[in-house]
Ligand binder design. Structure first.
Ligand code: GLA
Length: 390
């Protein structure tokens, strides 16, 4: 977050509501290094928070109304809602904030009216969790205004509920969790089954490497419904595997050996989905070891294998992400690359040698542009801090 963005938000608050905001919060987007489509299967993930974030300037009101002004480029506008009668209407960005107010209420917390000015620079619908950043920023603001100290993991669960039950996307816990608890210079190893987690040092610069996020700038409109289909297909895989392995509730509980033994009892689609999820969980465990020992070549190989599995078995990549990753892999200084986030469009991520970054961004952009007729985005990023009061 730059000082200019902070000033812009605070000046807009002054202009719209008169006077100063009582406080300002920020919550980041994230890039997932590895562990894709594993969270709702109660498996492992390894994301890190980014310097792209949502900023909210806030001031409690005397009544029970939320008045919200969004300055974000793609979602500018103003809307309001009463806390005691929250309806699923109005602009999409407002749904996330309403959903959070609703979910906090459901969790038994007292939510009061507020004036909010919201601004964000997380690319929207790009697999970098702009919606989780908005939810966690809103929840942080609401909790702070009410004098509540809600721990990050609980805040993440409340925001996940908002997304699942209010917005209607059956997402897992990864995005909200990393936005709430991320630490600068660290990735987060999270067990989505019991939410135990560990901050793993992740600073590749001293070893002459950079983390590059590549935005395909392709936004698939049916993304949410395809995502929900995958969640169902994994549930079907569990149902079918529960015949030979009674009592299992999630793919997380199935070992690779068990999968090999029983895969022929599965229908084709659930078999492919399970193959990805079960192998991806192992790749996360291996990636944590590689990261902890600075074995970047090993991490790169795991990232490559993750993309290939998401392409072939999970069918979550699509032509744009595949083209981007293919072009990234043609650059000799690329250590590993894969899609990140839900997929079907959005972003990919690569680990690249520093001395190759310029060639990487130029050539991958040019070749992608030529192939897909779309201008991509390239961002060199670092692991940033999680949400907080600014
Ligand atoms: C989206 C969801 C996450 C996770 C990823 C895929 O970002 O919000 O919960 O499922 O997709 O790994």
């Amino acid at each position: 977050m730059t000082p200019q963005r902070l000033e812009t938000v605070q000046a807009a608050f002054h202009h719209r509501f008169s006077g100063q905001p009582s406080f300002t919060v920020r919550a980041p987007g994230r890039v997932n290094i590895i562990g894709e489509h594993t969270d709702y299967n109660k498996g492992f993930v390894l994301p890190c928070a980014l310097d792209f974030d949502v900023i909210i300037a806030a001031r409690p009101r005397a009544d029970e109304t939320f008045v919200m002004l969004s300055l974000s480029k793609d979602n500018a506008g103003e809307t309001s809602f009463p806390v005691d009668n929250i309806e699923q209407s109005g602009p999409r960005w407002a749904q996330y904030i309403k959903g959070v107010a609703w979910a906090l209420g459901q969790a038994g917390y007292d939510v009061r009216g507020m004036d909010l000015v919201i601004e964000g620079d997380v690319p929207i619908s790009s697999g970098l969790s702009s919606s989780a950043a908005l939810e966690i920023a809103a929840a942080t603001a609401m909790a702070h205004a009410a004098g509540l100290k809600i721990p990050g993991p609980e805040l993440a669960l409340i925001c996940q509920r908002a997304e699942n039950e209010f917005v209607g996307v059956n997402s897992g816990i990864m995005d909200q969790f990393i936005s709430a608890v991320g630490q600068e210079g660290h990735a987060l190893f999270l067990d989505c089954n019991d939410l135990s987690h560990q901050h793993v040092p992740f600073d590749v610069e001293p070893d002459g490497l950079r983390l590059v996020v590549m935005n395909t700038c392709y936004k698939r409109s049916l993304k949410d419904s395809i995502y929900n289909d995958r969640v169902k297909e994994c549930a079907t895989a569990v149902e079918q595997l529960a015949k030979p392995i009674p009592g299992i509730k999630h793919l997380r509980e199935v070992s690779w050996e068990q999968f090999l033994e029983y895969r022929d009892t599965l229908d084709e689609v659930p078999r492919k989905r399970a193959a990805h999820v079960i192998s991806e969980n192992q790749r996360v465990l291996d990636a944590v070891k590689a990261m902890a020992s600075g074995d970047w070549m090993a991490l790169g190989c795991l990232m490559d294998a993750s993309h290939d599995s998401l392409q072939t078995d999970y069918e979550a990549t699509g032509p744009h992400l595949d083209a981007m990753v293919e072009e990234a892999r043609r650059i000799p200084g690329t250590i590993g690359s894969r899609m990140t986030g839900a997929g079907f469009g959005g972003c990919a991520v690569a680990l690249v040698r520093e001395d190759a970054v310029e060639q990487f961004t130029e050539q991958v952009s040019a070749r992608y542009r030529e192939r897909m007729n779309l201008e991509p985005g390239m961002y060199v990023v670092k692991a940033a801090a999680g949400a907080g009061i600014v």
